[in-house]
Design a protein around this ligand. Structure first.
Ligand SMILES: NC(=O)c1ccc[n+]([C@@H]2O[C@H](COP(=O)([O-])OP(=O)(O)OC[C@H]3O[C@@H](n4cnc5c(N)ncnc54)[C@H](O)[C@@H]3O)[C@@H](O)[C@H]2O)c1
Length: 342
Protein backbone atom coordinates (compact mmCIF):
# COMPACT_ATOMS: atom_id res chain seq x y z
CA UNK A 1 0.00 0.00 0.00
CA UNK A 2 1.54 3.33 -0.97
CA UNK A 3 1.04 6.23 1.38
CA UNK A 4 -1.52 8.87 0.50
CA UNK A 5 -2.82 12.17 1.78
CA UNK A 6 -6.58 12.20 2.20
CA UNK A 7 -8.18 15.38 0.89
CA UNK A 8 -11.81 15.89 1.83
CA UNK A 9 -14.08 18.17 -0.22
CA UNK A 10 -11.60 18.32 -3.08
CA UNK A 11 -14.31 18.89 -5.69
CA UNK A 12 -15.22 22.24 -4.11
CA UNK A 13 -13.66 25.64 -4.62
CA UNK A 14 -10.59 25.68 -2.37
CA UNK A 15 -10.09 21.89 -2.32
CA UNK A 16 -9.93 21.65 -6.12
CA UNK A 17 -7.53 24.58 -6.37
CA UNK A 18 -5.43 22.90 -3.70
CA UNK A 19 -5.36 19.58 -5.57
CA UNK A 20 -4.15 21.35 -8.73
CA UNK A 21 -1.52 23.24 -6.77
CA UNK A 22 -0.36 20.16 -4.88
CA UNK A 23 -0.18 17.80 -7.84
CA UNK A 24 1.92 20.32 -9.71
CA UNK A 25 4.28 20.87 -6.80
CA UNK A 26 4.51 17.27 -5.57
CA UNK A 27 3.69 15.08 -8.58
CA UNK A 28 4.84 11.91 -6.79
CA UNK A 29 2.55 12.35 -3.81
CA UNK A 30 -0.56 10.21 -3.92
CA UNK A 31 -3.78 12.11 -3.16
CA UNK A 32 -7.14 10.56 -2.37
CA UNK A 33 -10.05 12.97 -2.69
CA UNK A 34 -13.31 12.07 -0.94
CA UNK A 35 -16.24 14.26 -1.85
CA UNK A 36 -20.00 13.83 -1.60
CA UNK A 37 -20.52 16.03 -4.67
CA UNK A 38 -23.19 18.17 -3.08
CA UNK A 39 -24.58 21.07 -5.11
CA UNK A 40 -21.26 22.83 -4.30
CA UNK A 41 -18.90 20.14 -5.54
CA UNK A 42 -18.14 19.42 -9.18
CA UNK A 43 -15.79 16.99 -10.90
CA UNK A 44 -15.53 19.58 -13.67
CA UNK A 45 -13.19 21.39 -11.26
CA UNK A 46 -10.77 18.46 -11.52
CA UNK A 47 -10.67 17.49 -15.20
CA UNK A 48 -6.99 18.48 -15.53
CA UNK A 49 -5.92 16.02 -12.83
CA UNK A 50 -8.45 13.21 -13.12
CA UNK A 51 -6.15 10.96 -15.17
CA UNK A 52 -3.05 11.48 -13.04
CA UNK A 53 -1.81 8.19 -11.67
CA UNK A 54 -1.31 9.72 -8.24
CA UNK A 55 -4.82 11.08 -7.90
CA UNK A 56 -7.90 9.14 -6.99
CA UNK A 57 -11.48 10.24 -6.44
CA UNK A 58 -13.90 8.58 -4.03
CA UNK A 59 -17.54 9.58 -4.12
CA UNK A 60 -18.46 9.47 -0.44
CA UNK A 61 -20.06 11.24 2.50
CA UNK A 62 -17.85 12.03 5.50
CA UNK A 63 -20.95 12.08 7.70
CA UNK A 64 -21.14 8.33 7.10
CA UNK A 65 -18.66 6.61 9.44
CA UNK A 66 -18.62 3.38 7.39
CA UNK A 67 -17.41 5.28 4.32
CA UNK A 68 -14.72 7.08 6.28
CA UNK A 69 -13.52 3.95 8.09
CA UNK A 70 -13.35 2.04 4.78
CA UNK A 71 -11.02 4.66 3.30
CA UNK A 72 -8.58 4.26 6.19
CA UNK A 73 -8.76 0.49 5.80
CA UNK A 74 -8.11 0.53 2.08
CA UNK A 75 -5.37 3.17 1.94
CA UNK A 76 -2.37 4.03 4.07
CA UNK A 77 -3.43 7.57 4.94
CA UNK A 78 -0.36 9.48 6.09
CA UNK A 79 -2.23 12.74 6.66
CA UNK A 80 -5.61 14.41 6.26
CA UNK A 81 -6.30 17.86 4.85
CA UNK A 82 -9.93 18.46 5.64
CA UNK A 83 -11.79 20.95 3.43
CA UNK A 84 -15.21 19.28 3.14
CA UNK A 85 -17.96 21.43 4.58
CA UNK A 86 -21.30 22.96 3.98
CA UNK A 87 -19.95 26.44 3.43
CA UNK A 88 -22.67 28.92 2.56
CA UNK A 89 -23.89 31.15 5.41
CA UNK A 90 -27.24 31.94 3.77
CA UNK A 91 -28.06 28.24 3.42
CA UNK A 92 -27.19 27.67 7.09
CA UNK A 93 -29.64 30.40 8.09
CA UNK A 94 -32.32 28.61 6.11
CA UNK A 95 -31.52 25.11 7.46
CA UNK A 96 -28.66 24.34 9.83
CA UNK A 97 -29.01 20.52 9.83
CA UNK A 98 -26.67 19.64 6.94
CA UNK A 99 -24.09 21.95 8.52
CA UNK A 100 -24.11 19.91 11.70
CA UNK A 101 -24.03 16.60 9.76
CA UNK A 102 -21.05 17.50 7.59
CA UNK A 103 -19.13 20.12 9.53
CA UNK A 104 -19.47 18.60 13.01
CA UNK A 105 -20.33 14.89 12.62
CA UNK A 106 -18.21 14.56 9.47
CA UNK A 107 -15.21 16.10 11.20
CA UNK A 108 -15.70 13.84 14.20
CA UNK A 109 -15.86 10.76 11.95
CA UNK A 110 -12.59 11.71 10.28
CA UNK A 111 -10.91 12.32 13.62
CA UNK A 112 -12.11 9.00 15.00
CA UNK A 113 -11.11 7.00 11.94
CA UNK A 114 -7.70 8.68 11.74
CA UNK A 115 -7.10 8.19 15.43
CA UNK A 116 -7.99 4.49 15.34
CA UNK A 117 -5.81 3.84 12.30
CA UNK A 118 -2.83 5.91 13.38
CA UNK A 119 -2.90 4.55 16.91
CA UNK A 120 -2.82 1.02 15.52
CA UNK A 121 0.19 1.98 13.40
CA UNK A 122 1.87 3.62 16.42
CA UNK A 123 2.02 6.94 14.59
CA UNK A 124 -0.69 9.00 16.25
CA UNK A 125 1.72 11.78 17.13
CA UNK A 126 3.39 11.82 13.71
CA UNK A 127 0.68 11.63 11.07
CA UNK A 128 -1.05 14.95 10.68
CA UNK A 129 -4.70 16.02 10.71
CA UNK A 130 -5.04 19.51 9.19
CA UNK A 131 -8.42 21.16 9.57
CA UNK A 132 -9.38 24.06 7.28
CA UNK A 133 -11.36 26.61 9.22
CA UNK A 134 -12.64 30.15 8.85
CA UNK A 135 -12.20 33.58 10.41
CA UNK A 136 -15.99 33.64 10.85
CA UNK A 137 -15.62 31.60 14.06
CA UNK A 138 -14.24 34.74 15.75
CA UNK A 139 -17.48 36.71 15.30
CA UNK A 140 -17.76 40.28 14.08
CA UNK A 141 -15.42 43.25 14.56
CA UNK A 142 -16.12 46.94 15.10
CA UNK A 143 -14.25 49.60 13.18
CA UNK A 144 -10.82 48.58 14.45
CA UNK A 145 -8.86 45.53 15.57
CA UNK A 146 -8.11 42.23 13.90
CA UNK A 147 -8.70 38.59 14.71
CA UNK A 148 -5.62 36.86 16.08
CA UNK A 149 -5.26 33.17 16.85
CA UNK A 150 -6.06 34.02 20.51
CA UNK A 151 -9.33 35.83 19.80
CA UNK A 152 -12.07 33.89 21.63
CA UNK A 153 -14.54 32.10 19.38
CA UNK A 154 -17.83 33.99 19.04
CA UNK A 155 -19.65 32.51 16.06
CA UNK A 156 -22.85 34.33 15.04
CA UNK A 157 -24.56 32.12 12.48
CA UNK A 158 -25.17 28.36 12.14
CA UNK A 159 -22.34 27.97 9.58
CA UNK A 160 -19.69 29.62 11.76
CA UNK A 161 -21.05 27.82 14.84
CA UNK A 162 -20.66 24.45 13.13
CA UNK A 163 -17.11 25.35 12.07
CA UNK A 164 -16.27 26.48 15.62
CA UNK A 165 -17.68 23.19 16.91
CA UNK A 166 -15.44 21.31 14.50
CA UNK A 167 -12.41 23.34 15.66
CA UNK A 168 -13.12 22.42 19.27
CA UNK A 169 -13.36 18.74 18.35
CA UNK A 170 -10.07 18.89 16.44
CA UNK A 171 -8.30 20.56 19.35
CA UNK A 172 -9.83 18.11 21.81
CA UNK A 173 -8.35 15.16 19.88
CA UNK A 174 -4.95 16.79 20.22
CA UNK A 175 -5.33 17.43 23.94
CA UNK A 176 -7.04 14.17 24.83
CA UNK A 177 -5.28 11.61 22.66
CA UNK A 178 -2.05 13.38 21.68
CA UNK A 179 -3.09 13.43 18.04
CA UNK A 180 -1.03 15.61 15.70
CA UNK A 181 -3.72 18.15 14.83
CA UNK A 182 -3.37 21.60 13.32
CA UNK A 183 -5.85 24.26 12.19
CA UNK A 184 -5.64 27.06 9.66
CA UNK A 185 -8.34 29.73 9.64
CA UNK A 186 -8.66 31.88 6.58
CA UNK A 187 -10.56 34.90 5.36
CA UNK A 188 -12.73 35.22 2.22
CA UNK A 189 -11.10 33.36 -0.64
CA UNK A 190 -11.59 34.40 -4.23
CA UNK A 191 -10.39 32.97 -7.52
CA UNK A 192 -11.27 30.37 -10.16
CA UNK A 193 -13.65 27.43 -9.59
CA UNK A 194 -15.87 29.02 -6.94
CA UNK A 195 -19.53 28.03 -6.79
CA UNK A 196 -21.84 30.49 -8.51
CA UNK A 197 -23.73 31.38 -5.31
CA UNK A 198 -20.75 33.27 -3.86
CA UNK A 199 -20.20 37.01 -4.30
CA UNK A 200 -17.67 37.26 -7.14
CA UNK A 201 -19.21 34.66 -9.48
CA UNK A 202 -22.61 36.27 -8.80
CA UNK A 203 -21.37 39.72 -9.79
CA UNK A 204 -19.77 38.39 -12.98
CA UNK A 205 -22.67 36.12 -13.98
CA UNK A 206 -25.27 38.81 -13.46
CA UNK A 207 -23.23 41.49 -15.23
CA UNK A 208 -22.53 39.32 -18.28
CA UNK A 209 -26.25 38.53 -18.52
CA UNK A 210 -27.31 42.19 -18.10
CA UNK A 211 -29.16 41.29 -14.87
CA UNK A 212 -29.25 43.19 -11.55
CA UNK A 213 -26.20 42.61 -9.33
CA UNK A 214 -27.65 42.11 -5.82
CA UNK A 215 -25.66 43.59 -2.93
CA UNK A 216 -26.74 43.08 0.67
CA UNK A 217 -27.69 46.13 2.78
CA UNK A 218 -25.57 49.19 2.03
CA UNK A 219 -22.63 47.14 0.74
CA UNK A 220 -20.43 48.45 3.52
CA UNK A 221 -19.73 45.13 5.24
CA UNK A 222 -16.01 44.57 5.29
CA UNK A 223 -14.17 41.33 4.52
CA UNK A 224 -10.53 40.44 4.04
CA UNK A 225 -9.88 38.98 0.57
CA UNK A 226 -7.38 36.19 -0.01
CA UNK A 227 -6.47 34.88 -3.46
CA UNK A 228 -7.06 31.13 -3.44
CA UNK A 229 -3.56 30.26 -4.74
CA UNK A 230 -2.01 32.21 -1.87
CA UNK A 231 -4.21 30.21 0.47
CA UNK A 232 -3.07 26.93 -1.14
CA UNK A 233 0.58 27.88 -0.51
CA UNK A 234 -0.29 28.68 3.10
CA UNK A 235 -1.97 25.30 3.59
CA UNK A 236 1.08 23.57 2.11
CA UNK A 237 3.33 25.37 4.62
CA UNK A 238 1.06 24.80 7.61
CA UNK A 239 0.65 21.11 6.74
CA UNK A 240 4.40 20.54 6.36
CA UNK A 241 5.98 23.01 8.77
CA UNK A 242 3.33 24.16 11.25
CA UNK A 243 3.63 23.23 14.92
CA UNK A 244 1.29 20.57 16.19
CA UNK A 245 -1.78 21.83 18.12
CA UNK A 246 -1.34 25.34 16.75
CA UNK A 247 -3.74 27.50 14.78
CA UNK A 248 -2.52 29.75 11.96
CA UNK A 249 -4.62 32.61 10.63
CA UNK A 250 -4.31 33.16 6.90
CA UNK A 251 -5.40 36.48 5.42
CA UNK A 252 -4.75 38.55 2.33
CA UNK A 253 -4.15 41.86 4.12
CA UNK A 254 -6.88 43.19 1.85
CA UNK A 255 -9.76 44.60 3.86
CA UNK A 256 -12.44 45.88 1.52
CA UNK A 257 -16.10 46.84 1.66
CA UNK A 258 -18.27 44.53 -0.45
CA UNK A 259 -19.28 47.49 -2.61
CA UNK A 260 -15.64 48.34 -3.35
CA UNK A 261 -14.94 44.77 -4.48
CA UNK A 262 -18.10 44.83 -6.57
CA UNK A 263 -17.13 48.07 -8.27
CA UNK A 264 -13.61 46.76 -8.91
CA UNK A 265 -14.97 43.60 -10.56
CA UNK A 266 -17.42 45.67 -12.64
CA UNK A 267 -14.56 47.93 -13.74
CA UNK A 268 -12.54 44.90 -14.91
CA UNK A 269 -15.59 43.62 -16.78
CA UNK A 270 -15.95 47.05 -18.46
CA UNK A 271 -12.36 46.62 -19.63
CA UNK A 272 -12.72 43.01 -20.75
CA UNK A 273 -16.20 43.10 -22.36
CA UNK A 274 -16.83 46.57 -23.88
CA UNK A 275 -18.77 44.78 -26.62
CA UNK A 276 -21.38 43.67 -24.08
CA UNK A 277 -21.63 47.14 -22.55
CA UNK A 278 -22.46 48.42 -26.00
CA UNK A 279 -24.92 45.61 -26.67
CA UNK A 280 -26.73 46.22 -23.37
CA UNK A 281 -26.55 50.02 -23.78
CA UNK A 282 -24.82 50.39 -20.42
CA UNK A 283 -22.18 52.98 -19.54
CA UNK A 284 -20.68 50.66 -16.89
CA UNK A 285 -21.53 47.21 -15.52
CA UNK A 286 -21.71 48.88 -12.08
CA UNK A 287 -24.98 50.48 -13.27
CA UNK A 288 -26.50 47.02 -12.62
CA UNK A 289 -25.72 47.12 -8.87
CA UNK A 290 -28.93 46.82 -6.84
CA UNK A 291 -29.01 46.97 -3.05
CA UNK A 292 -31.20 44.26 -1.48
CA UNK A 293 -32.44 43.53 2.07
CA UNK A 294 -29.50 42.68 4.28
CA UNK A 295 -28.66 39.12 5.36
CA UNK A 296 -30.03 38.28 8.85
CA UNK A 297 -27.33 38.86 11.49
CA UNK A 298 -24.87 40.00 8.82
CA UNK A 299 -21.47 40.34 10.51
CA UNK A 300 -20.17 43.85 9.96
CA UNK A 301 -16.45 43.40 9.64
CA UNK A 302 -13.89 40.61 9.57
CA UNK A 303 -10.18 41.36 9.53
CA UNK A 304 -7.44 38.88 10.09
CA UNK A 305 -4.02 39.28 11.64
CA UNK A 306 -1.81 36.89 9.66
CA UNK A 307 1.46 37.92 11.32
CA UNK A 308 1.98 34.55 13.05
CA UNK A 309 2.16 32.50 9.84
CA UNK A 310 4.39 35.18 8.34
CA UNK A 311 6.71 35.25 11.38
CA UNK A 312 6.85 31.50 12.05
CA UNK A 313 6.54 29.96 8.59
CA UNK A 314 7.60 32.80 6.29
CA UNK A 315 4.29 32.87 4.39
CA UNK A 316 2.84 36.02 2.97
CA UNK A 317 0.36 36.69 0.21
CA UNK A 318 2.02 37.11 -3.18
CA UNK A 319 -0.92 38.15 -5.32
CA UNK A 320 -2.18 41.68 -4.81
CA UNK A 321 -5.89 42.37 -5.01
CA UNK A 322 -5.84 44.00 -8.43
CA UNK A 323 -3.91 41.12 -10.04
CA UNK A 324 -6.00 38.51 -8.25
CA UNK A 325 -9.27 40.11 -9.30
CA UNK A 326 -8.04 40.47 -12.87
CA UNK A 327 -7.06 36.75 -13.04
CA UNK A 328 -10.40 35.81 -11.49
CA UNK A 329 -12.49 37.89 -13.86
CA UNK A 330 -10.52 36.58 -16.85
CA UNK A 331 -11.14 33.01 -15.75
CA UNK A 332 -14.92 33.44 -15.40
CA UNK A 333 -15.23 35.42 -18.61
CA UNK A 334 -13.39 32.63 -20.47
CA UNK A 335 -15.69 30.05 -18.87
CA UNK A 336 -18.76 32.09 -19.79
CA UNK A 337 -17.60 32.26 -23.42
CA UNK A 338 -17.71 28.47 -23.60
CA UNK A 339 -21.38 28.59 -22.53
CA UNK A 340 -20.62 26.78 -19.28
CA UNK A 341 -22.83 28.39 -16.60
CA UNK A 342 -20.90 30.46 -14.05
N1 LIG B 1 -14.49 29.90 0.51
C1 LIG B 1 -14.06 30.66 1.49
O1 LIG B 1 -13.89 31.89 1.30
C2 LIG B 1 -13.71 30.07 2.82
C3 LIG B 1 -13.29 30.94 3.82
C4 LIG B 1 -12.93 30.39 5.05
C5 LIG B 1 -12.97 29.02 5.26
N2 LIG B 1 -13.40 28.21 4.27
C6 LIG B 1 -13.44 26.77 4.54
O2 LIG B 1 -12.68 26.12 3.52
C7 LIG B 1 -13.24 24.84 3.23
C8 LIG B 1 -13.52 24.73 1.75
O3 LIG B 1 -14.41 25.80 1.38
P1 LIG B 1 -14.93 25.95 -0.12
O4 LIG B 1 -15.25 27.39 -0.32
O5 LIG B 1 -14.03 25.24 -1.02
O6 LIG B 1 -16.31 25.15 0.00
P2 LIG B 1 -17.22 24.57 -1.18
O7 LIG B 1 -18.61 24.68 -0.68
O8 LIG B 1 -16.86 25.18 -2.48
O9 LIG B 1 -16.79 23.03 -1.26
C9 LIG B 1 -17.11 22.12 -0.26
C10 LIG B 1 -16.89 20.73 -0.82
O10 LIG B 1 -17.19 19.78 0.22
C11 LIG B 1 -18.00 18.75 -0.33
N3 LIG B 1 -18.83 18.19 0.74
C12 LIG B 1 -19.86 18.80 1.39
N4 LIG B 1 -20.40 17.95 2.28
C13 LIG B 1 -19.69 16.80 2.21
C14 LIG B 1 -19.76 15.56 2.88
N5 LIG B 1 -20.70 15.33 3.83
N6 LIG B 1 -18.88 14.59 2.57
C15 LIG B 1 -17.93 14.80 1.61
N7 LIG B 1 -17.83 15.95 0.93
C16 LIG B 1 -18.70 16.94 1.23
C17 LIG B 1 -18.82 19.42 -1.42
O11 LIG B 1 -19.34 18.50 -2.36
C18 LIG B 1 -17.81 20.39 -2.00
O12 LIG B 1 -17.07 19.78 -3.03
C19 LIG B 1 -14.50 24.72 4.09
O13 LIG B 1 -14.18 23.96 5.21
C20 LIG B 1 -14.83 26.15 4.47
O14 LIG B 1 -15.47 26.20 5.71
C21 LIG B 1 -13.79 28.70 3.05
Amino acid sequence: MSRAILITGGAGFIGSNFIHYYQQKYPDQQLINVDKLTYAGSLANLTEVENNGNYQFIHGDIADMKTVAAIFKEYDIEGVIHFAAESHVDRSIHDASPFIDTNVVGTLNLLQAARADWEEKGELGERRFHHISTDEIYGSLGESGKFTEDTPYDPRNPYSSSKAGANFLVKSFGHTYGMNVIISSCSNNYGPRQHDEKLLPTIIRQALANEPIPIYGDGKNIRDWLFVEDHCRAIDMVYHQGKTMETYNVGGNNEQENITITNAVCYLLDEQRPDLLQKYRLAHFSDLITFVTDRKGHDKRYAIDASKIQRELGWQPQVDLEDGLRKTVEWYVAKWKTNVPI
